[in-house]
Structures are given as C-alpha cells and as structure tokens.
Design a protein around this ligand. Structure first.
Ligand code: SAH
Ligand code: SF4
Length: 379
C-alpha cells in the first residue's frame, strides 16, 4: 500500500472573497469572534473587500493588529486563478477563470458609451442543449455557488482598476446573467448573488442595472421577479412550438404559450420592468418576414410590452447555423418597429475572441476539430 504524501495536514484557509454578510459573519464566528462584535467586524471586512477591493488581510487597518494576525491563520481573500485573459479589437474583455476545484468558467466585459456591462456565468456549461449555442455542447456541468458568481465581478473590477468603487459613473455599471448556464436552474445561488450585488455592504449596485436571461424556465420566472426584482430577458428565438422545440429542447417542457403567459404576468412587467426578448437571427430558419409578423401578433395577443433584441447569430466551430443576411435582419427589424414595437439589432461584440452571445465554452472542454467534424457529419 502506498501512502498519499501529498496530503497536507494544515486545515485549509476559508476564502472570504465573494462571501456575503452572512457568510463573513459565520466565518468570523467560527474563528471565535464574540457575538457582540460580529456585526461590526463583518462590516469592516466587507468594506475592505468590496469598497476598496483589498485582498490582503493585513491591509484591513481599522482591525487591531493582533486580530489581523489571528485572522491570517483562518482566512484568505483570494480570487479564482485567471487561466486566460483576452481583449477584443472592440474593447470587449474575456476572462477564463479556474475555480477552486479546477472547473473553468468565463466572464465577459462589454464597454459601451454610457455603461459597462459584465456578463457573468451561473453554471459551468449548461444542461440545456439549444442547438445554436456553443455552451450547450459542453459536457461537464455544475452549478456555481454565489461566491463564485461574485468573484467574477471582483476579477473584472481588479482588471478595470475600479477600486475604491465609485458610487456613480462606474466602468462596471451593469450586470447581465448571460454567460454560461441557465440561471433559473441555479436560482437559489443566483438569488444570493443578486442580494450580495445589491447589498450596501456588498457591491452596492442597483437592481435596475441587473438583468437575468432565461431560456424560459416557467416555474421559476415569477419567483425571480418577486424575490429578486431584477430585469428579465427571455430567449425566444422562434414564433411557434414546432420551430422552438427544434432549436431549444426546453420548449418541449415549457412551450411557447406558457412562456409568454409567464412573461405577461412577470411581477412589475406592466410598469418599469420591461421584459426583453432575445431573438437570434438564424439564416433561413427563423428570419422570414412572416416570422416577424407572427412575433408582433404574439406580443399583441399576450399583451406584452416588451422589447425584442435581434441578435445576429454568432458562429462557433462546426455550428449548424449561419447568421441571417444583414439585409434580412434590417427588414425584420424595420417590420417590427413599424408596428410600434422596439426591435433593435444588437451589434455583436467580442466575436474575434469568442466572447459574443452563445460563443462561451470552457477551453478545457474544447473538442478537437476532427471530433467536431465527426459530430457534424453524424448529425
Ligand atoms: N441560458 C440563458 C442565458 C445565457 S445565453 C439563456 O439562454 O437565456 C445569452 C443569450 O445568447 C441567450 O438569449 C441565448 O439564446 C443567446 N445565444 C446563444 N447562442 C447564441 C449564438 N450562437 N448567437 C447569438 N445568440 C446566442
Ligand atoms: Fe444553455 Fe442558454 Fe446556451 Fe440554451 S442558450 S444552451 S439555455 S446557455
């Protein structure tokens, strides 16, 4: 029998980075901080981590020197390792992050004139196999915990050097759950992450600047509106069940009628919180003007006051679709606008670094070209 010589007997340090108030408090309590000090100490640690971006416990100077020394025996403030960082020619940035257990996820930062949006992942990979989405071809999947979702934001703030974080005019002003994964299949952790993002002792962001995108997990949509108050984006991509089921297998479980009813009754949707629909333009599949007319009809039938974002299909290796022609996308958009519904064309960002919608897939999972060709041939 061989003995495992790699086993380290020192207990692992608890990583405080990305924990919410309750998490920090529990960690401090485990260390033996008396109950009556917990609230104050938690505030102090949170302020250093989320206002100043500190990753060194010794720099938390309003905590006594002795206590800081003791804390070093218990805690660390550590970001996930950046396995790869890329910048697109259009300024979009992508980070491939290695989590503590070795899994990889991606986060993308998109700078615009009036805002900067971080697109975060909620799962490693995705169990839903939408045919047009690269993430859906990844085999390895697990849910992220809230701490790992928040750490994506912290890594981006580090790279943007946005510490201390200003109250207004932030480079990183908006967050969208549009990275890898289906956020409503990991609702509990996503909800905790949203609470932490909006907490004054956390990232102090406004709910109005956070958007969650779902492929239409109907039973969780209402809960999402009621319990998080964030904006909802819904991946529609087709105007009838036959086509939607063909390109999004989740439609077999939650068909169009149920999805649209859930949108119509999304808490707050009638007022300020408008639903956004995402519609990827797939050449010869869902991009006819009859489809556009049907889209308008559906919006009216279900009395939904939403906006339809037309996303030119972003290609990936051996993808089974092509992007619609620009002329067709423009005609589709104009037809919908002419009926009084907003249908802007979203210009693709970061395509050159595979950072655009639906292109994310962890490098460790990338298949060889030969394998992709084999799979395409079999399909
Ligand atoms: N799982 C969630 C959120 C992540 S995907 C969802 O599906 O809504 C973010 C958006 O990109 C979704 O609207 C998705 O349908 C769309 N998308 C996926 N692959 C795409 C591709 N190749 N080109 C354009 N948009 C794509
Ligand atoms: Fe998953 Fe969304 Fe991609 Fe569908 S589009 S496979 S739900 S990440």
């Amino acid at each position: 029998m061989t003995q495992d010589m790699t086993q380290d007997m020192t207990p692992a340090l608890t990583n405080l980075s990305g924990l919410n108030r309750a998490g920090i408090s529990a960690a401090l309590a485990a260390m033996g901080i008396p109950e009556k000090q917990l609230k104050m100490r938690t505030q102090q640690v949170a302020h250093w981590m989320y206002h100043y971006g500190v990753t060194d416990i010794t720099a938390m100077t309003n905590i006594t020197k002795d206590l800081r020394a003791e804390m070093l025996n218990w805690f660390e403030v550590k970001r996930p390792e950046i396995a790869e960082a890329q910048i697109s020619e259009d300024g979009t940035r992508k980070w491939l992050l290695r989590l503590a257990d070795g899994h990889l996820v991606e986060a993308v930062y998109i700078p615009e004139d009036d805002r900067g949006t971080l697109c975060v992942s909620s799962q490693v990979g995705c169990t839903l196999t939408c045919k047009f989405c690269h993430t859906g071809t990844q085999r390895l999947v697990r849910n992220l915990i809230a701490q790992e979702i928040i750490q994506q934001v912290l890594v981006a703030r580090d790279a943007l050097e946005e510490w201390p974080s200003p109250p207004e005019g932030r480079l990183l002003s908006n967050i969208v759950f549009m990275g890898m994964g289906e956020p409503l299949y990991n609702f509990d952790e996503v909800k905790l992450a949203i609470e932490m993002m909006t907490d004054s002792a956390g990232l102090s962001m406004s709910r109005r600047r956070i958007t969650l995108s779902t492929s239409g997990v109907v039973p969780e949509m209402e809960r999402c509106g009621e319990e998080t108050g964030v904006n909802l984006a819904v991946s529609l991509h087709a105007v009838n069940d036959e086509m939607r089921s063909e390109i999004m297998p989740i439609n077999n479980k939650y068909p169009l009628d149920e999805v649209l009813k859930a949108c119509a009754s999304y808490p707050g949707a009638a007022n300020s919180r408008r639903i956004t629909f995402e519609y990827a333009m797939l050449k010869g599949v869902n991009d006819s003007l009859d489809d556009a007319r049907e889209l308008v009809r559906l919006m009216r039938q279900y009395k939904i006051h939403g906006k339809i974002n037309l996303i030119p299909f972003n290609p990936w290796p051996a993808a089974p679709y092509e992007c619609s022609d620009w002329k067709q996308i423009r005609a589709f958009s104009e037809l919908i606008f002419s009926k009084g519904i907003s249908a802007p064309i979203r210009m693709p960002r970061g395509r050159d670094i595979m950072a655009a919608c639906g292109q994310l897939k962890s490098a460790s999972e990338k298949k060889s070209k030969a394998q992709l060709l084999r799979e395409a041939a079999n399909a």
